[in-house]
Write a protein that binds this ligand. Structure first.
Ligand SMILES: [Zn+2]
Length: 554
């Protein structure tokens, strides 16, 4: 552009800019104006764009990156959870929990139910809190609070009465009612027994979901996230998104993946088309469809090519579950692709991955190489024969690196049930990248933290940031720092069809930007997860700013 540039609204000087643009990977300073990147260069050249009203931020060597994009998360659910009584951060003791619930209930007198989650079993004898404890905090309304792993719930007496759970109630086949000595319900419900109460909880209203999205968005902006793909949206969720976007509160760039009912067929596509048309507003699009192909390894529902082992290491003969018939899947994906939908598939086991790729191949054969950018998420086990197919088919590899490490889930619930040679095939990020697959980064929040830098630390080290002393898990599959960051910027921008406008720091692109609290490239790899965002911009507007950004430098 030869025309004279207008003065910048904002200049950021003296930083370490990682652009994610191969043509110009690094710079010192950036100028922003009219919501876009005006210029990239050294401090001297950028200062020339400073006018009387320009805000100047001294980066003091800190890293500036394109805003992060989370290509697989669940802000609708997270927003609802965050608005409830959250016990995750409360000290692990019965007294502290009761106090926290009492405080929450007092602050929300209008709520018909007191809902929450996050207590630790370790706080209570036998892991089973009593209804009397909860009655002390909430005597007047039903209350149900799930534990950290979601497999147990703590309920009060009113909730048990409402659900008509009494001494006479027998345990459901898939759960257990914890009982006092006299046989009456004690206050903890395990597994399927939770639904006796859970089914009575009213569905959140559209306004409640929209308000939850405000909370979820603020949470993500604080982590430097400027866009995402919501991996499960049903019509009522889209209605909430529209209310949110229509009221001008949506600052993130969002692609909503519409939920494919796996008991249904192509008849549901008409509905998707309507929702897509209705839900294109501002930064919101509903152009993706999420199909869940299988479950998870830990309960043997992931669809795998070789049978799971039993506790003695013998074959069980079981290969998991195909949630969608693989032949029918080919037809579904081809139809969706022909209608211009992206298909976002949950594919965790190697058989599910293969079926997903087969379906994309069928779509490519039927429709040619459309620009729908299908992607497969989770990719826990991928057969080497399928690694090159991602590139060949133009399919994205949507990875959740946080899971690629030794932890209880991996060591106790996964490795013993896979043959040793199959354990080696887990989360093959480097192999996929080497085979030309486009890596796309996602968190699966609230299943896991949406903190991108924690995920990147695992991607580069294959060690749990909460246990940095542990041995790396298949370190040969670790990614370089740049490659990992690319997945969460350009990679995810690609998946959201937003790479033309965002995902890198390039002149003319929208100024979706994050500033970190230090120089990332000089940070030891085992400290990457400690790095925090100080400033998040969407189209040049501040959507999060930590006071520490200017306190130290200006
Ligand atoms: Zn998910």
């Amino acid at each position: 552009m030869a025309s004279r540039l207008r003065p910048a609204d904002l200049v950021l000087l003296g930083g370490s800019v990682m652009t994610m643009d191969a043509a110009r990977p690094s710079a010192q300073a950036v100028a922003i104006g009219g919501g876009r990147i005006l210029a990239i260069g050294d401090d001297r050249s950028i200062l020339e764009l400073e006018g009387p009203r320009t805000r100047r931020i001294e980066l003091a060597g800190r890293t500036l990156l394109p805003g992060f994009i989370d290509a697989h998360c669940h802000p609708v659910h997270a927003g609802i959870d965050l608005g409830q009584c959250d016990l995750h951060e409360v000290p692990t003791s019965p007294g502290a929990y009761v106090e926290a619930v009492r405080g929450y209930a007092a602050a929300h007198p209008d709520l018909e139910w007191v809902l929450g989650a996050g207590w630790a079993m370790a706080a209570f004898p036998g892991g089973t809190p009593s209804r009397e404890d909860l009655d002390a905090a909430v005597p007047d309304r039903p209350a149900i609070l799930y534990n950290r792993d979601g497999h147990g719930a703590w309920v009060n007496s009113v909730a048990l009465e409402r659900a008509q759970i009494t001494r006479e109630t027998s345990d459901p086949p898939d759960g257990r009612i914890e009982r006092a000595a006299d046989g009456s319900p004690q206050g903890t419900l395990h597994e399927g027994a939770m639904y006796g109460v859970g089914r009575l909880v009213p569905e959140p209203s559209t306004d409640q979901v929209a308000d939850g999205l405000v909370v979820a968005q603020a949470y993500l902006h604080r982590l430097g996230i400027t866009g995402w793909q919501d991996a499960i949206t049903r019509p009522k969720d889209l209605e909430a998104y529209r209310r949110f976007a229509g009221s001008g509160r949506l600052t993130a760039r969002v692609v909503a993946a519409q939920w494919w009912d796996r008991d249904g067929d192509t008849a549901q596509i008409e509905g998707f088309i309507d929702e897509r048309a209705r839900s294109s507003m501002g930064r919101l699009k509903a152009t993706s469809v999420k199909i869940m192909l299988d479950g998870v390894i830990e309960n043997f529902t992931a669809s795998v090519l070789e049978p799971y082992l039993d506790a003695r290491g013998e074959s069980t003969g079981k290969r998991g579950i195909d949630f969608v018939d693989p032949e029918a899947l080919k037809g579904f994906v081809s139809r969706l692709d022909a209608e211009g939908f992206q298909v976002h598939m949950h594919a965790l086991g190697d058989r599910a991955v293969r079926q997903g790729l087969d379906a994309i191949e069928a779509a490519r054969r039927a429709n040619g190489m459309t620009d729908t950018r299908p992607h497969l998420a989770h990719l826990q086990i991928v057969d080497p024969a399928d690694w090159p197919r991602f590139r060949a088919l133009g399919a994205g590899a949507n990875i959740q690196p946080l899971w690629a490490c030794h932890d209880e889930q991996m060591d106790d619930l996964t490795i013993p049930f896979l043959a040793p040679e199959r354990t080696q095939l887990q989360y093959p990020f480097r192999s996929l990248a080497a085979a030309g697959a486009r890596l796309v980064g996602g968190s699966d929040w609230m299943v896991s933290t949406p903190n991108v830098l924690q995920q990147v630390e695992v991607a580069v080290r294959r060690v749990d940031p909460g246990h940095r002393e542990r041995a790396p898990f298949l370190p040969g599959e670790s990614l370089g720092l740049e490659v990992a960051l690319r997945a969460y910027t350009m990679g995810s921008a690609w998946a959201n069809h937003a790479d033309g406008a965002t995902g890198s720091i390039e002149v003319g692109k929208l100024a979706d930007v994050v500033v970190l609290d230090r120089d990332l490239e000089r940070t030891p790899l085992d400290r990457i997860g400690d790095v925090q965002a100080l400033l998040t911009l969407v189209e040049g507007e501040v959507v999060f700013e930590d006071p520490g950004l200017t306190a130290a430098t200006n």
